[in-house]
Design a protein. Structure first.
Length: 300
């Protein structure tokens, strides 16, 4: 009888994840809206194992076919309606303008794959740009004693520190306290936007001697921002498609609990995602600041 009781207890005891992890599940967007399909632990674990074992092929574009068709339709429409749409200058201008938005979209996609959302990207870029502007200018804000009057290098270092704060705060609330990412980033959106307005004292802050990042054309008369954008795209495509980290994010998005039981460090990987988001948000904010030459309160 004692043996039967011991066997029953061993069968009912929950399995500990590989690596000794024992952490609470991280809430996802599907959990909030009730969209996650109920499945057994065996089914979830099997799905996670298939995701982790899958190496996507470069030519597989089935999932993106609809988006490609829509984009092709828009290109054809504007090519017909606008006489100079296909001109080199127009294409370069389009790429230069969309570079900050495209850079922000890369980590946003990464977080979406993992079942998370960052709504604070715009205001995060705004606070990074404002911190750089008030650090470099000498007449920015009464709160900072009429600006710090630092050099461009020091201003960029302050902006980089702000990037880590933006990403770190989101990751702390989501992975540390277990709050939902939509609620968390909606709150940080308001925080960063409010700080931007306070630091700017209701004015547009100009930043001098900072045009190289957004406006210089080092090769073939193509702006540096376009090369940075292309590099970020290549980096995140390789990260998602050809690394263990990328496949782990897909597994986390499919089932965080099954991924945890399979030995994937769910919280750590999501934390990395939010930190990357903060860095790319800041990079986009600096590029935008360099292109415009000033930081507006409405940016973001």
């Amino acid at each position: 009888m004692a043996d039967d009781n011991n066997n029953a207890e061993s069968r009912s005891a929950p399995e500990r994840p590989v690596g000794g992890q024992d952490e609470r599940p991280v809430p996802t967007t599907a959990d909030v809206f009730g969209g996650r399909r109920q499945e057994s632990s065996e089914q979830a674990a099997g799905r996670v194992a298939r995701i982790m074992a899958t190496r996507p092929k470069l030519g597989n574009i089935q999932e993106s076919l609809a988006l490609i068709l829509v984009l092709a339709g828009l290109v054809i429409f504007f090519a017909i309606k606008a006489e100079f749409f296909w001109s080199r200058d127009n294409i370069v201008n389009i790429l230069q303008t969309m570079a900050p938005v495209g850079i922000i979209a890369m980590p946003a996609t990464l977080l979406l794959v993992a079942g998370q959302v960052d709504l604070s990207v715009g205001s995060g870029a705004g606070i990074v740009g404002m911190m750089a502007a008030i650090a470099q200018t000498a007449t920015a804000s009464t709160i900072t004693t009429y600006g710090m009057g630092l050099g461009v290098t020091e201003a960029i270092l302050i902006a980089i520190g702000t990037m880590f704060v933006v990403g770190g705060m989101n990751s702390f609330f989501v992975t540390g306290l277990g709050l939902n990412s939509i609620i968390t980033t909606l709150g940080t959106l308001a925080v960063w936007r409010g700080l931007t307005k306070v630091l700017g004292t209701g004015q547009t802050v100009r930043m001098n001697e900072f045009g190289a990042l957004g406006s210089s054309r080092p090769v073939a008369n193509i702006p540096l921002a376009v090369f940075i954008f292309a590099g970020v795209v290549i980096l995140f495509v390789c990260l998602l498609r050809y690394t263990v980290y990328g496949r782990a994010l897909y597994a986390i998005g499919a089932s965080p609990e099954a991924a945890r039981l399979a030995g994937i460090r769910v919280r750590r990987y999501i934390t990395y995602g939010f930190i990357l988001s903060g860095l790319m948000i800041g990079l986009a904010g600096l590029i935008r600041l360099s292109q415009v030459g000033s930081q507006s309160l409405n940016t973001g």
